[in-house]
Design a protein around this ligand. Sequence first.
Ligand SMILES: NC(=O)c1ccc[n+]([C@@H]2O[C@H](COP(=O)([O-])OP(=O)(O)OC[C@H]3O[C@@H](n4cnc5c(N)ncnc54)[C@H](OP(=O)(O)O)[C@@H]3O)[C@@H](O)[C@H]2O)c1
Length: 323
Amino acid sequence: MRAVVHDRYGPPEVLRLEDVERPVPKDDEVLVRIHATSVNRSDSGWRSAKPWFARFFTGWRGPKRRILGGELAGEVEAAGASVTEFAAGDRVFGAIGFGAHAEFVAVRASRALAHMPAGVTFEEAAAVCDGFILAFGCLKPARLEKGRRILVYGATGSIGTAAVQVATHLGADVTAVCNTKNVELVRLLGADRVIDYTTEDFTKNGETYDVIFDAVGKHSFRRCRRSLTPGGMFITTDGGFMWHVPVLILLTRWFGDKRVLLPVPEYTKADVLVLKELMEAGKYRAVIDRRYPLEQVIEATRYVETGQKTGNVVLTVAGESGS
Ligand SMILES: NC(=O)c1ccc[n+]([C@@H]2O[C@H](COP(=O)([O-])OP(=O)(O)OC[C@H]3O[C@@H](n4cnc5c(N)ncnc54)[C@H](OP(=O)(O)O)[C@@H]3O)[C@@H](O)[C@H]2O)c1
């Protein structure tokens, strides 16, 4: 089968398409024929081994896992003897961490994999799991419900577009901060108010929020803290490798009435099932910026690494167009 492989850490150019052996599913695994996958910030982090501690997971001297690709949508080609949840021909989607930049992948059936939501294309299904699970997991401590006010900073990224939809679904009052060109999109995703960061600084308008979610890791507790209500939370997605964020997490746990959190959510089947339900109910949609064929993985990765994609970037496999 064809797969995108890499044998050393480095820039997008270390990726190359190669013929590799098709995996054989074990008893508790399914073999998935991949129709679409994505390129996201985690793929970039694993490939470049940045931040440095990524090497604890991906291999100290070089990549242990040659094939990247954390999200997938496709069809079950074969199911192992002990698998009862899936059968050949089932359409599935999920977040598996590695291995999806290929024509086939073998995945344990118990992992974050579920039947695809009805009425959704392979491309859409491949573009939703990572952002949703990270946003949903990061927002769990925020106890969002009707009457709680949240500001989502970086509302146009993969995690940001998911966060706006999750917070809206939970009934919170949502203010989204983004660039001029995406104001309309973010409104369509459900934001009650949108602040264009090119014309307004939300930290200076006197408004306060129960939760400020920095979905893109570009803001700071220091600058935001006066925009938080007493008891408020600053939740960030990034900064674990900058010394001050872990220190702030500890300090705000014991001192003051505002907290800093940096959750690191796990991919779970339960969360994929929640997402499936929301999509089928029309309460969550995929936001896809660009689509590339698998062969153009380097171009797709370069685009992701501009840090300016809107939502998600999809890779289509074997010329699939999505339906
Ligand atoms: N906590 C975890 O477990 C975890 C896991 C994976 C990733 N992450 C982190 O989560 C962060 C977000 O990832 P992502 O994939 O959602 O990012 P992304 O999709 O690459 O974010 C890109 C978006 O961010 C917006 N943006 C860029 N700079 C901005 C700024 N200064 N102010 C406001 N918006 C800005 C861009 O819009 P404009 O440029 O048009 O404004 C673009 O739409 C990353 O830092 C990543 O390292 C965390």
